[in-house]
Design a protein around this ligand. Structure first.
Ligand code: G3H
Length: 329
């Protein structure tokens, strides 16, 4: 079976892009950022219909999507055993017969994403795989614990072996237009991460307007975020295409002005293979192929992999199996 170059050229999902050093807060740039909701919604509405890929191309894009998943469990009843199962799935996201039929020897997800208490079992289960552990931190998901504790939590997760830290911003700084406070907070989070890469979760469903999303994206990048991420998965509204377009264009703007590439992570509620394809085509059109590598793009998702595996099984065998046959975690 033929797969296309887009999947074959996938490197190991280790972060390779240079860190974002950040820059001084440029309030003029932040305040000039706007978002035209109707134009954004028009553009997004045209995507799913226009950008469909079929057959081998679709399989190749779905394989690409797998390499970009932060395979996630963020539940109050997480156990070490559940995390070990998730890590086994991250190491081998597709059944060996499907992988072989698609012409691959091995494949793995971009990362495994867990709460702090699950970092140690995840690190142990992923040892030698090259798959990083991402820890959600800073009082996830609300980000309302004492600031010193939020900083300490980052330190603990890094010490436990997390190579990526997903922080949550204080939404109130955005809602109050206090860009300096958001910048200062993000700077300190970034500093506390040390060598670990930092993803800034904006919780866009709680930021009120797309203009706020654009401005918060810029401030977090100026303060040194390596990735910007839409949501915790716990808000009422999580990743959406309009929000993604705004954040992606902020990333493009930042790159045009600074030459620094910031990664993008839509997260929360992305559970269907066909939705993943739309996100990938949006990235390709707005940012180009370089952003379609796991060091610059991730899906934050707990159940997307199951649907992708189901679609790939259909591609290989011509039959769908029940969802429970591709259980994750
Ligand atoms: O960061 C990842 C999200 O929490 C996952 O959300 P999900 O369970 O809706 O896929």
């Amino acid at each position: 079976m033929q797969t296309t170059d887009i999947a074959r050229t996938a490197p190991l999902p280790k972060l390779t892009e240079p860190r974002n050093p950040g820059m001084a807060l440029d309030l003029g740039w932040v305040r000039a950022a706007t978002a035209n909701r109707s134009a954004i919604e028009r553009r997004c509405a045209s995507l799913p219909a226009r950008r469909s890929v079929k057959k081998d191309y679709q399989a190749a894009w779905l394989l690409k999507a797998i390499t970009c998943i932060d395979l996630t469990t963020l539940a109050g009843d997480d156990t070490a055993e559940r995390v070990r199962r998730l890590c086994a799935k991250a190491r081998q996201p597709l059944r060996p017969d499907l992988l072989a039929a698609l012409g691959f020897d091995s494949l793995h997800t971009g990362a495994v994403c867990v709460y702090h208490e699950m970092v140690a079992p995840a690190v142990a289960a992923l040892r030698g795989s090259g798959i990083p552990v991402a820890a959600v931190s800073t009082g996830f998901p609300a980000g309302l614990s004492p600031f010193a504790l939020r900083l300490a939590e980052i330190g603990e997760s890094v010490a436990a072996g997390a190579e990526e830290i997903d922080i949550v911003i204080s939404r109130r700084h955005v809602l109050e237009g206090n860009w300096q406070a958001l910048y200062d907070e993000m700077r300190l989070f970034r500093e506390a991460c040390g060598e670990a890469h930092v993803k800034a979760i904006l919780a866009t469903g709680e930021l009120g307007t797309l203009k706020n999303v654009a401005r918060a994206s810029l401030v977090c990048m100026m303060a040194g975020a390596d990735f910007i991420k839409t949501s915790t998965g716990k808000e009422t509204v999580n990743a959406t295409l309009p929000v993604s377009l705004v954040m992606i264009r902020a990333i493009r703007d930042y790159y045009d002005r600074t030459g620094i590439r910031i990664g993008y992570k839509p997260a929360g509620g992305i559970s269907k293979a066909k939705d993943a394809l739309v996100y990938l085509s949006l990235i390709k059109e707005e940012l180009g192929n370089r952003w379609l590598q796991p060091d610059l793009f991730r899906f934050g998702a707990s159940s997307l992999l199951g649907d992708i595996e189901r679609q790939l099984e259909h591609h290989v065998t011509g039959a769908y199996s029940a969802g429970y046959r591709h259980a994750v975690g």
